[in-house]
Each structure stands twice: as structure tokens, then as C-alpha cells.
Write a protein that binds this ligand. Structure first.
Ligand SMILES: Cc1cc2nc3c(=O)[nH]c(=O)nc-3n(C[C@H](O)[C@H](O)[C@H](O)COP(=O)(O)OP(=O)(O)OC[C@H]3O[C@@H](n4cnc5c(N)ncnc54)[C@H](O)[C@@H]3O)c2cc1C
Length: 389
């Protein structure tokens, strides 16, 4: 899109998002308009549309911010198209989706803002989105979904489980990508998870899942998954991954289960001959939240290019945590554990201006850490993270 059209779309989107009703109302209107035009699409979605509304808003925000960055935007939209096949969305549904979206944005925009030029800019934007998604879905040559059987479920903490799934057919994904899963007890409630290891010929995938308080799906994944359960998994997505340039140093920052996509890349890198220096900061609230330190310590001890620094916000474990002890001090290959807020601790090391940076964790952790690094002098263009869905 040209700069003017992109600016018009961005400005209207931000203006609508800033209105009292907020962007979630726009998303609510979008679904209402879509389902009244195409009632058969309703059954693709879960009863509660809260998560869908949040995701639509985040995805739109991600897209409108990148309208002038085709190298980032087009692969993202193509992946989104591939991913949407899991809902049963087909090319013939896209015109109604596009039309409903423009109608919803227009309905929430102030009349003086919605000029003919703005309408054209939005038409162009929606055409770009829907065309790229359709082509992405058609050209990929991969299944819409894979079936995976749970072969291991290990409750590492009260609210955290490691789940291993064996797929019916291998899936090729780049270490660092994510995909969405649907479990039998939560039909149509797809959730994104990041494989914690690279893809393999056996089709085994390891996931690290944290149960979020009040969440629809993650408590079930952690608390009620059983060996033999059949999961559905969609096509892999995401732009995190090992950079081709093996000489540029990397900074990786992972918090909680956000370590998974970084761990997958480190395991893949450990199999290569030559790697740049990597400094990984792994964070958790309590020492027990650093649940995967043994693997990270083994990786660091065996690979000279890797430095791992654990960070906790509190030196104490929570009262409910019973274990033989805190493993951090005795593990080889790790830098001494630091205490503090992860973004502040990492930014305290310097501007990291010569590094490619990856941040992985909850949306608020990613945003705060990015802000801290930028304030310390890290160029924003060097920082990558998954979309904050
Ligand atoms: C690219 C990507 C990769 C992800 N990878 C993993 C992974 O490997 N392991 C994993 O455990 N989770 C991962 N997530 C988060 C996961 O997809 C779900 O969002 C999370 O499990 C909550 O789902 P839920 O149904 O329990 O909560 P919902 O019912 O969807 O939401 C309940 C509440 O929790 C909040 N919430 C949702 N997600 C988060 C979050 N990540 N942090 C804090 N609060 C949140 C929501 O805003 C809402 O208020 C990933 C998310 C993305 C976007």
C-alpha cells in the first residue's frame, strides 16, 4: 500500500480504538454483522467470542502497523490464511469477512473522519489482507490440521505442565514458530502454543503450558490432559527463528513458558557447526518458575557460544511449593542468578545495540521489556517478538 493510504488506515484504526467503545466493540460488531450475513459461519466459532474479539483486535493492530513493511506483513497474512483453514474458512467466505470488517469500522468511526478517500484506503487494505490470506491458504500444500496423540503429560508445577504429542504425520516447522491446538474438552477454542523443540521426523512435539487463572483452555491443558488424548494442531506460524546470518550476536529473553520457542531454537542451533554468541536471559517470578533450568544448563555447558542468566523477581518460592530445594546454584554452565524485573535487569547490562533481540512471554512482559531495552538504546528494528494475540 502507498504511504498515504496506509496512514489513513492507521489513523482511522487508532481513532476508532481510542473511542469510548474501544476496539473490542468494533470486533463485537464485526462478528454480529458477519454472522447475520453468513449464519453458517457461527458454528466455526466457540460460544464465547471473548478470545476471538481480543485476537481480531490484536491481529488488526499488528497488520495496520506494518502496512508499509511488506516483507513482514505478507508472510504473516499468508500464515494467518493457512491457520484459518482449521476453522473451515474457505476462499468463498472471505468477501463477507472483508465487507463485515469495513462496515464495523465505519460504524464506529466518527462521520467527519470517514471520507471517500478513507473508504478507498480501507477497501485496499481489506483486499490486501483477504487476497494474501486466500493465496497463503491455497499455496501451502500442507494439511489444514494434524491429529496428535498425547504420549506424555508431566505436571512440573501446580500450574505448569510439559505435554508431549505424537502427530499422525510429521510437521515441518522452523524452530521458534508457534501453532494452535484444540483439545477435545474445549471444542473450537483454539489456543496458540510454541513447540519447545525443533521439528523431527518422528512427529513428536513438546509443549510447555502454563495454566492462566480464569482461562478457558490452559487450566484444562495443565490439569486434565491424559495420555491418549487426541489433539488437533494447525499449521505453524510466526517469524521468530534462527537468523541466517550466523555472525550476528543474539540476545534472547524468555519469561515463564515463553522460554519454549527460544529453547527450540537453541536446541536446533546446538546441532549446527557454527553459531553466533547468544545470551539467554530466562525469567520467572519465583525460583521454582525456572522449571527448565536443567536443560538450559546442559545446553550452556556443552556450547561455548551460549550464556544463560536466570532472573527471578522474588528470591523465595511460594508457600505452596514443596521440593527438595532450589536447583539453580548447583547447575553448571549458568551465570549467577539475578533478582529483579526482567526487562530492567537485561537493560541494565547495556544497550545491546549490536544484537538481534528476541523477546518471548506474556504480552505485558514483552511490551515492558521492549520498552526498557529501547530506553537503554536498543534499536527497535533489532527487536523481534510474536504478535501479542
Ligand atoms: C504466539 C503465542 C504463543 C504462545 N505459546 C504459549 C506456550 O507455549 N505456552 C503457554 O502456556 N501459552 C502460550 N501462549 C498463550 C496461550 O495461547 C493462551 O493465550 C493461554 O494459554 C491462555 O489461554 P486460556 O484459554 O486459558 O485463557 P483465555 O480464556 O483465552 O483468557 C483468560 C484471561 O487470560 C489472559 N491471558 C491470555 N493469554 C495470556 C498470557 N499469555 N499471559 C497472561 N495472560 C493471558 C486473557 O487476556 C484473559 O484475560 C501463546 C500465545 C501466543 C500468542
Amino acid at each position: 500500500m502507498d504511504s498515504r493510504a496506509a496512514a489513513l488506515v492507521r489513523t482511522t484504526f487508532k481513532a476508532v480504538a481510542a473511542e469510548e467503545a474501544g476496539p473490542e466493540e468494533v470486533a463485537g460488531s464485526f462478528f454480529a454483522i458477519l454472522f447475520s450475513a453468513q449464519p453458517q459461519l457461527r458454528e466455526f466459532f466457540p460460544a464465547s467470542l471473548d478470545t476471538q474479539r481480543e485476537r481480531l483486535v490484536s491481529a488488526l493492530a499488528h497488520v495496520v502497523d506494518r502496512l508499509e513493511e511488506p516483507d513482514e506483513l505478507l508472510p504473516f497474512l499468508a500464515q494467518l490464511g493457512r491457520d484459518h483453514r482449521k476453522f473451515g474458512i474457505a476462499p468463498e467466505h472471505y468477501p463477507a469477512v472483508g465487507k463485515s470488517l469495513i462496515t464495523a469500522v465505519r460504524a464506529h468511526a466518527r462521520t467527519e473522519l470517514w471520507t471517500e478517500e478513507v473508504e478507498h484506503a480501507w477497501q485496499e487494505c481489506i483486499t490486501l489482507i483477504t487476497r494474501t490470506m486466500i493465496v497463503g491458504a491455497q499455496d501451502c500444500g500442507t494439511p489444514a490440521v494434524w491429529t496428535g496423540t498425547v504420549v506424555e503429560h508431566h505436571r512440573v508445577l501446580d500450574d505448569l505442565a510439559v505435554v508431549r504429542v505424537r502427530l499422525d504425520q510429521p510437521m515441518r516447522y522452523a524452530a521458534g514458530q508457534y501453532l494452535s491446538v484444540q483439545v477435545p474438552s474445549r471444542l473450537r477454542m483454539w489456543r496458540y502454543l510454541s513447540p519447545a523443540g525443533p521439528s523431527n521426523a518422528e512427529g513428536e512435539i513438546e509443549f510447555h503450558v502454563r495454566a492462566r487463572t480464569g482461562g478457558w483452555v490452559s487450566p484444562a491443558l495443565v490439569g486434565h490432559t491424559a495420555v491418549g488424548d487426541q489433539w488437533l494442531l494447525s499449521a505453524p506460524m510466526g517469524g521468530l527463528g534462527i537468523p541466517r546470518n550466523t555472525r550476528r550476536k543474539l540476545l534472547m529473553i524468555g519469561y515463564g513458558t515463553g522460554i519454549a520457542p527460544l529453547r527450540a531454537q537453541l536446541v536446533a542451533m546446538a546441532r549446527r557447526r557454527s553459531n553466533p554468541r547468544v545470551h539467554l536471559f530466562v525469567g520467572g517470578h519465583h525460583p521454582c518458575d525456572l522449571y527448565d533450568l536443567v536443560t538450559l544448563s546442559e545446553l550452556a555447558a556443552a556450547n561455548k557460544w551460549l550464556t544463560v542468566t536466570p532472573i527471578v523477581e522474588s528470591e523465595e518460592n511460594p508457600w505452596w511449593y514443596f521440593d527438595s530445594g532450589d536447583p539453580t546454584p548447583d547447575l553448571p554452565g549458568l551465570d549467577p542468578r539475578r533478582t529483579g524485573q526482567i526487562g530492567a535487569v537485561v537493560a541494565g547490562y547495556g544497550p545491546w545495540a549490536d544484537r538481534d533481540v528476541q523477546i518471548s512471554g506474556s504480552p505485558s512482559m514483552v511490551q515492558t521489556t521492549k520498552f526498557r531495552l529501547m530506553a537503554a538504546g536498543t534499536p527497535a528494528v533489532n527487536i523481534r517478538h510474536d504478535p501479542l494475540f
